[in-house]
Structure formats: structure tokens, C-alpha cells
Design a protein around this ligand. Structure first.
Ligand code: PEP
Ligand code: MG
Length: 538
């Protein structure tokens, strides 16, 4: 790999960044203005939303205080005070009870009145209050309405939002994102893993009000901090850190072209997790030995119709061609849980992580599954391809998948379309799959352990929920024993085991995983060289 290509490439994987903030508010706050007859009911509606807003701002205050300090959190206190302000509330209530305005209208009118009042005063502190009123109004209206905004980013920004879904993230061009700040989500949320795959620094647990759009900010993805309007000293400190990190990353370049072998001679395959064609190029640039996990959900996000077989085929063929002869493993769709998809019309569920997700959807929607499998088989005519099935809990599912695979092959034969052979593997990411891994190992060509879900399901900790993040421990002895058991059963049956969850890129786990006999690690492209260095130094 040439020096210049590396210098200009994303191998310089950032943990910090400096840029302009863009605060994305998912809900539209263009409120309907209508007269109501039942003013008491309308008042009740307003009161409920006001209470909800106070609760949510209190949470935002606590979290921001914890993660970004009291000064950054102060804004939420000011907003809560507005929501509790007697004059403000009296005006909203008068608008509803005396004038028969609906709550949205009543809030907008009261807010405009106070906004103009404060904004006309020649005092910076008072004018800042006007911005607080604007933010509070937006919050109330969003809670009252519930319609969505489009995400339209045209220049590189640090994107802040209460929560971003994977499909929202995938809509944005990578070069437009210098960083992400979210109030919700955890390190193991799909959206955060996706951002990591894309090489974008992320800070969680911080809420940014709309009024900060356009302000300069520094984000520190290592310590989980955001600094708005940094002074020169702070900015210089982070510019130095950015340079230092780039230097460290460039030192890793010497591991390009090096075999991934421990000092005692154990060879480990080092593969990349990708979510689209751009990541393959990045993975190749970082000298990945193959693609261990293609999260094919990108085919289903950000669209209203289901992808056709032809679209699957073309997208996967391009990935296979871009991989330059390396093996590419395509995981079949893993939607549901925190990844919704408009064309699949997935119902909201009480317990989505335990619900209709991944292979369960595929086995119900054979049409969707068949067209994806056929697309993958056709792409296999262009290179070395494996197929991986997520969320397996029983041998029966593997038998059913086998039946559908046969149908796919028969259809392609009947259509006279070219296709290739594939190795078939399953994700081991449920305790059930671990405990029957001796049986499953005889049915498939390889295992890939999804430690993100395996940890979630073993420890009964929602990987999305920040409130229980402290219980989420992928190195928990129970998870370690499950990995060991899976590897032993796989090796007895003569098949290989990859670890493709986030644990694979955790340096504190590398030695343990290798000692347990794991054959391959599949990590975000940005982590490849770091892990290769660690393995070579074992
Ligand atoms: C996992 O669960 O570890 C995994 C790799 O899959 P995902 O994170 O996409 O659920
Ligand atoms: Mg998983």
C-alpha cells in the first residue's frame, strides 16, 4: 500500500473532532391552529405535556451535568423554570380557556409573546432567555404533535440529536459527519456501532438544544465530552490531541501487509465488519484479510419499498468486486429490535429485542428472504462469498433455512441465471444457540459469535438502555464460558469460529479470545491495525 494513499485515507480514525453543531429535531413543530369546544380536555392535554417536558428536561439536566459539567447543564434548568413560570402558564391557560385555542396554538402564541418581549431588550442575558423560550416551545409542540422532520445535511457538521436511528444515520453522507452527540443510546446500540464502523466519533448522554445549531464545538469521544464555543486554549489542546492521534495511527501503518500471527505462531484471521460498499474500500485500505460481517440492513433502511432481487444482487456484486478477491460474508437481514424498516411494516412491540427480529422475520416473510438469498447467490458468481444467518435459537430454524436455500437454487436454475456456491454459517448470539452448538455445528460450515447480542441475552441487559449499561459486561464470566463452549463444539465438528461483536475490537479481550481458540476476529475497519498489532505482540 502506497504512502500517499494511506496518508489521505481514513486510516486516521478520529476520536476527537472540532466542527459546527447541527441540532436535529426529529419532530416538526409547525403546529395546527384550531379552535376547540372542550377547553377543559385541551387544558389537560397541555398540562400533561408540560409535565412530560419538565421530566425529560430534568433527565437532560442530570445527564448533561454528569457528562459535560454544570455549566452546560444550566440551560435545562432555565428551560424548566420557563415551564414552571406563572406568567407563561397563565398566558397559555388563558389562550385555551378564554379563547378556545388548541394547546399547540396557545403555546405558540404565549411563546411568541414572551420571545419578542425578551428579544427586544438590549441585554445579552435576557436575549438568551428568548432562545430558551424558543427551545421550550419547540419541545412542547413536538410533544403535542409527533410528526417527523427530514434530515438534510449539506456541509460537514457535528450532528446532535436526542436519538438517531440507524436509518437516519445511513441517510447522511459520511463526509458530512464530523461527530455525533446523542442523549440516548449506549455504546452497544446499533446506531453507535454503525457510527464506529463509519469512523465517526460519538458522545452519548448529552442533550443539545436547537439554539446551539451553528455554534462551534469540540467533541471528545474518548472521555464522552462536548465543549460548546471552546476558547482558544481548549481548541488548541484538542488540535494537538487530533494531531497526536493521527501520528499514532500512522505508526500503525507498519502493520499493513504483516501476517496476523502471535509470537508463538498462532495464526488468526483478521476480518472487517462493514455496512456498505464504502466500508469495503476502507477495509481493503486497512489491509483486512476478508469481510467477516456485512450488515445487509443497509439495503432495507431509508426506503419505502422492498429491495428487488436485482438490487440485492447488484449491491452485493459490487461489494464482492471491491473486496479484491477476499472472502465476503453477507449476513442476511437483521431488522427488528432497534432497526425498523418502513417497507417491512414492522409492528411496534413491547419488548422488541425479544420480539420479531432477524431470522424470525425472514422465516415469516419467505418472499423477502428468498430475494435476498438469490441476490447473494448471484453475487457469489463474482468471488468468494459466505452467507450468515442471525439470531438462531434452534436446529429447526436451520433446517427451514436449508429448505429456502434449496428453493432459491432451484429458482435460479429454472431461470438459467448464473450463481456461485456459498459457505453457510450462523450467528451464535443467543444462549440457546450456545447450548445446542454441538448440534448446530454439524449443520453449518462456520460459526460467528455476536457478542453484542450474546451479552444482552445472557445477562438480561437491554443493549440500548443507558440506565442498565453498567450491567452490560461482554467480559462477564458467563459470556466467556459461552464463547469457550461454542469454540469447543465448533472445533469438535471441524468448523471455524469468528467473533464479530464489539468484543473482538476490545484490546483487553484479545488475549482471552485467542487463548480460547477463536479462529478469526471481525472488527470495524478503523480497529483492524490496532488489533493486528496486539495479536502480533501476544
Ligand atoms: C452482535 O450481536 O454481536 C452482532 C455482531 O450483531 P449486531 O451488533 O448487528 O446485532
Ligand atoms: Mg447481533
Amino acid at each position: 500500500m502506497g504512502e500517499d494513499i494511506v496518508k489521505d485515507s481514513r486510516i486516521e480514525f478520529p476520536s476527537y473532532s472540532i466542527g459546527r453543531l447541527y441540532v436535529y429535531e426529529r419532530k416538526s413543530y409547525r403546529p395546527p391552529h384550531i379552535r376547540v369546544n372542550d377547553t377543559d380536555a385541551e387544558l389537560e392535554r397541555y398540562e400533561k405535556v408540560r409535565r412530560d417536558a419538565v421530566d425529560s428536561l430534568s433527565v437532560a439536566y442530570e445527564r448533561t451535568n454528569e457528562r459535560a459539567g454544570a455549566q452546560n447543564a444550566e440551560i435545562f434548568k432555565a428551560q424548566i423554570m420557563i415551564l414552571k413560570d406563572e406568567e407563561y402558564n397563565a398566558r397559555v391557560i388563558k389562550n385555551i380557556l378564554n379563547d378556545g385555542k388548541n394547546a399547540e396554538w396557545a403555546v405558540s402564541e404565549a411563546s411568541r409573546y414572551f420571545y419578542e418581549l425578551f428579544n427586544s431588550i438590549d441585554d445579552e442575558n435576557v436575549r438568551a432567555k428568548a432562545m430558551d423560550i424558543k427551545d421550550v416551545t419547540n419541545k412542547l409542540i413536538r410533544l403535542l404533535t409527533g410528526t417527523d422532520n427530514a434530515l438534510d445535511i449539506r456541509e460537514p457538521v457535528i450532528l446532535a440529536s436526542a436519538y438517531l436511528s440507524p436509518s437516519e444515520l445511513i441517510q447522511i453522507k459520511r463526509e458530512m459527519l464530523k461527530g455525533i452527540v446523542m442523549l440516548e443510546g449506549s455504546q452497544y446500540s446499533h446506531v453507535v456501532i454503525l457510527a464506529k464502523t463509519l469512523g465517526i466519533p460519538v458522545v452519548l448522554g448529552v442533550y443539545m438544544p436547537d439554539s446551539l445549531t451553528g455554534h462551534e464545538a469540540v467533541i471528545d469521544g474518548v472521555n464522552g465530552q462536548v465543549f460548546v464555543d471552546p476558547d482558544t486554549e481548549l481548541k488548541e489542546k484538542y488540535e494537538r490531541l487530533i494531531d497526536e492521534e493521527a501520528r499514532e495511527n500512522s505508526l500503525l501503518k507498519k502493520y499493513i501487509g504483516v501476517d496476523t500471527v502471535t509470537s508463538y505462531g498462532k495464526k488468526v484471521s483478521l476480518l472487517a465488519n462493514i455496512a456498505g460498499i464504502d466500508d469495503v474500500r476502507y477495509a481493503v485500505e486497512c489491509d483486512s484479510e476478508g469481510i467477516g460481517l456485512t450488515r445487509t440492513e443497509f439495503m432495507f433502511l431509508d426506503r419505502n419499498t422492498l429491495p428487488l432481487e436485482k438490487e440485492h444482487f447488484e449491491a452485493y456484486r459490487d461489494i464482492v468486486l471491491a473486496s479484491g478477491g477476499r472472502n465476503v460474508t453477507f449476513r442476511t437481514l437483521d431488522l427488528g429490535a432497534d432497526k425498523s424498516s418502513a417497507p417491512l411494516h414492522l409492528k411496534a412491540e413491547e419488548n422488541p429485542a425479544l420480539g420479531r427480529r432477524a431470522i424470525r422475520i425472514c422465516l415469516d416473510r419467505k418472499d423477502v428472504f428468498l430475494s435476498q438469498i438469490k441476490g447473494i447467490l448471484r453475487a457469489a458468481a463474482f468471488g468468494d462469498v459466505s452467507i450468515l444467518y442471525p439470531m438462531i435459537t434452534s436446529a429447526d430454524e436451520v433446517v427451514k433455512i436449508g429448505g429456502i436455500m434449496k428453493e432459491a437454487v432451484n429458482e435460479l436454475d429454472a431461470e438459467g441465471v448464473a450463481y456461485g456456491t456459498v459457505k453457510q454459517g450462523i450467528m451464535i448470539e443467543t444462549p440457546a444457540a450456545v447450548f445446542i452448538s454441538d448440534i448446530l455445528a454439524k449443520m453449518v460450515d462456520f460459526f460467528s459469535i455476536g457478542t453484542n447480542d450474546l451479552t444482552q441475552y445472557t445477562l438480561a441487559v437491554d443493549r440500548q438502555n443507558r440506565e442498565v449499561a453498567k450491567y452490560y459486561d461482554p467480559m462477564h464470566e458467563a459470556v466467556m464460558r459461552m464463547i469457550r463452549m461454542t469454540v469447543e463444539n465448533a472445533h469438535k465438528a471441524g468448523i471455524t469460529v469468528t467473533v464479530c461483536g464489539e468484543l473482538a475490537s476490545d484490546l483487553s479481550a484479545t488475549k482471552r479470545l485467542i487463548d480460547m481458540g477463536v479462529d478469526a476476529l471481525s472488527v470495524s475497519p478503523g480497529d483492524l491495525l490496532k488489533i493486528r498489532k496486539a495479536i502480533c505482540e501476544l
